[in-house]
Design a protein around this ligand. Structure first.
Ligand SMILES: *Cc1c(COP(=O)(O)O)cnc(C)c1O
Length: 460
């Protein structure tokens, strides 16, 4: 299995190299050189199907036994053997709960696997890395949980001091692992992100500490997310029986995995993209255009994104895998702030993609109404997906699966404002407020942070 860059000018890599590289050297994203075919079968067992699907993309890079061991281990961290339970809401509309992992959001599904893949590949090569990241709250804890206790990885996460919620901070700082370090920067999230960028830009430093990231453009994250689309179809009638999906979207990584599932043979007549007020993707699918806009804060902060990095992977498909054309289009987009699909490409997309946007008021009403109707409490991201699915569904005889991307207790303020009830943390986080915290507070100063990273990574 070989991987090519969406911009066509980077080396073609095997799975392990694409995994560790993340971004391609030409600025593109890695995708498989060709699509495998998904065989029939599958019993809706998460671990079984995950091994089968990931084996299609890993190729010979990892033996079946080693892959199986990593998959079993990764999904044993979830609080149910179903990993992603499927619950019917009404009229053939189902919720696929992707929030049963250690940090209560769907990113655990990919990151629990990617942390183990990193460690495995580094071990094989006798290498180590230092993962550094900035977080405004949620991504940091998922990265920490993914990297904790991994032999060849140290992880250092920067968050803005006093500017993340209590639960978010504690999810990061109460992790007891020698290779996990939390830095509270006296500044904003943007300051944290600037510090991380500056560390990557300092080539001598980057090489010396072997800096790395587990960000959402990594192909392995998309790969791990394909699995739950296939598992949902298996549980509803089989891989060849039609299922539509509705997906709340930010960076387009989750729904792109659904597109790959369809590409390899899952019967998905409709993928519905749900956006909040930051609706560039809805524009893209409904009008065939994109215009760069300011990001507006909403009650679904993990979707407050205006440039969705994974859209580049779809663009590569739309433009018949012409990497030079992708690069030219993206350059033009960057310089003009505008993007326009050719009408025939846009028309072809409309066959099996839909999109809709919803503002915070409608999201709040949806959470309240669903809690009243069924007692099921949606988080604001999930509500965007459910709303989009209901609005855009074309064929009510085909089941529609809305992806539930976060546990309601992860966004308690928005949920309480809608329902009047503050959602409780699940049992696995019950002791969160009593556990000791470990964090180091420091000024917004690159030299100080770099010194900390050098001093705390493990050297062998
Ligand atoms: C990250 C995230 C999303 C958006 O997923 P993308 O892959 O970036 O589209 C949606 N909901 C929640 C809760 C998230 O954490």
């Amino acid at each position: 299995m070989r991987y090519v860059s969406t911009r066509g000018a980077a080396p073609v890599l095997e799975f392990g190299d694409a995994l560790l590289a993340g971004l391609a050297s030409d600025g593109g994203l890695y995708v498989p050189e060709s699509w495998s075919a998904l065989p029939e079968g599958g019993r809706g067992n998460y671990v079984e199907t995950a091994i089968e699907i990931m084996a299609l993309f890993v190729g010979n890079a990892i033996s079946r036994d080693d892959l199986a061991a990593m998959v079993s281990d990764a999904y044993a961290t979830f609080d149910t053997p179903e990993v992603t339970p499927l619950v019917e809401l009404h009229d053939g509309i189902h919720l696929l709960e992707l929030f049963h992992g250690p940090t209560l959001a769907f990113k655990d599904i990919a990151l629990q696997m990617v942390g183990r893949l990193f460690d495995y590949e580094l071990d094989r090569r006798g290498q180590r890395v230092t993962v550094v990241g900035a977080t405004s709250g949620d991504t940091g804890s998922a990265a920490i949980e993914a990297c904790r206790d991994r032999e060849n990885v140290d992880v250092i996460i920067l968050h803005p001091a006093d500017r993340v919620s209590d639960v978010q901070r504690r999810q990061m700082t109460t992790v007891e692992a020698d290779n996990v370090h939390n830095v509270a920067v006296e500044g904003t999230f943007d300051d944290c992100q600037d510090l991380v960028k500056a560390m990557f830009a300092d080539v001598a430093f980057r090489d010396q500490v072997r800096l790395s990231a587990v960000n959402s453009i990594n192909w392995a994250r998309v790969m791990a997310q394909i699995v739950y689309y296939v598992v949902a179809a298996e549980r509803l009638g089989g891989r060849r029986s039609p299922v539509a999906f509705a997906v709340p979207t930010g960076n387009f990584g989750n729904v792109f995995a659904g597109h790959v599932a369809r590409r390899v043979g899952l019967n998905v007549p409709q993928l519905v993209v749900g956006t909040n007020t930051n609706d560039v993707l809805t524009q893209f699918f409904t009008e065939g255009t994109m215009a760069i806009a300011e990001v507006v804060p909403t009650t679904s902060p993990s979707m407050d994104i205006q440039i969705s990095s994974n859209l580049e992977r779809l663009l590569y498909e739309i433009l018949d895998r012409d990497g030079a054309e992708v690069a030219a289009r993206l350059d033009a987009f960057r310089s003009t702030g505008r993007f326009q699909l050719n009408p025939e490409h846009h028309a072809a997309l409309s066959d099996n993609w839909s999109a809709a946007r919803f503002g915070d008021d409608i999201v709040k009403d949806c959470i309240a109404a669903e809690a009243d109707r069924s007692g099921i409490v949606l988080d604001p991201h999930t509500a965007v997906g459910v709303l989009a699915g209901r609005a855009a569904r074309r064929d009510p005889s085909i089941p529609l699966v809305a992806l539930a991307t976060a546990h309601p207790a992860k966004f308690p303020d928005a949920v309480e404002a809608a329902t009047g009830v503050r959602p409780e943390l699940p049992d696995r986080l019950a002791g969160l407020h009593d556990r000791p915290e470990r964090l180091t507070r420091m000024p917004n100063d690159l030299a100080v942070v770099q010194e900390f990273v050098e001093a705390h990574r493990r050297v062998r």
